[in-house]
Design a protein around this ligand. Structure first.
Ligand code: 8YV
Length: 336
């Protein structure tokens, strides 16, 4: 096995650098005093990139600095920070970490739903502020009799749907097409689904195609009893429109794990009591983050040994052209 030099451009969230470095030569670009000079000197020896999370885009500019790059192993199921189309067109495989985090993220989605509808963070603040002896906490809205509309019924959406059913909720979904064998009501139009549901659950991938698709019109359709829950990407939601909808009572509440410009959360959102806000912790348990890091490593090891990567993204399907000798895969074109 030819050693696979791995570059990690930006520091990640926990474990991934350690897990990769145990088995493969890892270069931590963010620790280099002059990253540009490092790339100019060492870029050609790099065949693999491990992305440690959403920080640091793996874009055309970076990939062009690495003329012998063959694989980008990304940490996380969403890979909107990686230009997978460019990679695919240049013979570079991109992998992600699907499957291992579905239940963890679905748990948080349900937690956010209950927190937002039953005002649990507010009730806890009330108790801690010593208000309880003065008066019982005010009555809240209820989850009973509600319909959850899931935008993007992928693995995580389905894990949420199973939980929602167990909670006695009706489930609907919206996506590019109706899925055969799925028992939930399908909507081709997001606005129509928002009108028909009470809790709009966002689990679709980020990226240019879904940018700000939850806009003022969708929020209006969700209505004054409606709750928006987002565990996907902040980019799917028009954040100023959401702030306005929460402020004006156009919707009841929101539960958000993700934001447009993480880790910065607009002061207007922070000021709103009907927004429950979490710092992108959907998958952030030790167990699940370890499993994600292991998936990054397993993809890199498979590739280093000439085996097919385990979880390539659809834009870069494995064509089996790489022979493990260090030769570039067929189809790599357009290197600088
Ligand atoms: C992680 C995520 O927080 O998997 C994803 O797409 O958003 C989360 O599980 C993130 O990938 C870690 O950087």
């Amino acid at each position: 096995m030819k050693p696979l030099d791995v570059l990690m451009p930006a520091a990640g969230m926990g474990t991934v650098a350690e897990v990769v470095a145990e088995r493969l030569p890892l270069h931590r670009l963010w620790l280099e005093p002059d990253p540009e000079a490092w790339l100019a000197e060492h870029g050609p020896s790099i065949r693999a990139v491990a992305s440690a999370g959403l920080k640091g885009a793996i874009d055309e500019t970076l990939m062009r600095r690495l003329p012998n790059l063959e694989i980008v192993a990304s940490y996380g199921v969403g890979y909107d920070h990686v230009d997978a189309r460019w990679a695919g067109a240049h013979g570079i495989i991109v992998t992600h970490t699907p499957g291992v985090l579905d239940d963890e993220v679905a748990d948080i989605a349900m937690a956010l739903t209950i927190m937002a509808v039953r005002q649990l963070p507010q009730a806890e603040r009330y108790l801690r502020a010593g208000q309880w002896p003065k008066a019982a906490y005010p009555l809240t809205a209820s989850l009973r009799g509600r319909t959850v509309g899931i935008l993007g019924l992928g693995r995580i959406g389905k894990a949420i749907a199973r939980r929602a059913e167990a909670f006695g909720l009706d489930v609907a979904y919206c996506g590019r097409r109706a899925q055969p064998g799925v028992p939930y009501r399908y909507f081709a139009s997001l606005t129509a689904m928002a009108e028909a549901c009470d809790i709009l659950m966002v689990t679709a991938p980020g990226g240019p195609e879904t940018r700000r698709i939850v806009d003022a019109e969708v929020l209006r359709a969700l209505g004054p009893d409606g709750v928006l829950v987002n565990v996907a990407r902040g980019s799917l939601v028009d954040e100023p429109a959401l702030i306005e909808a929460l402020r004006s009572g156009a919707i009841l509440a929101a539960g958000l794990d993700v934001f447009e410009n993480e880790p910065n959360v607009p002061a207007e959102l922070l000021a709103l009591d009907n927004a429950v806000l979490l710092p992108h912790v959907g998958s952030a348990s030790l167990r699940t983050r370890r499993a994600m890091a292991q998936c990054v490593l397993d993809n890199l090891l498979a590739f280093a040994e000439g085996r097919p990567p385990l979880t390539p993204v659809p834009e870069t399907p494995w064509r089996g052209a790489w022979d493990g000798s260090g030769a570039k895969r067929a189809g790599r074109t357009g290197s600088p």
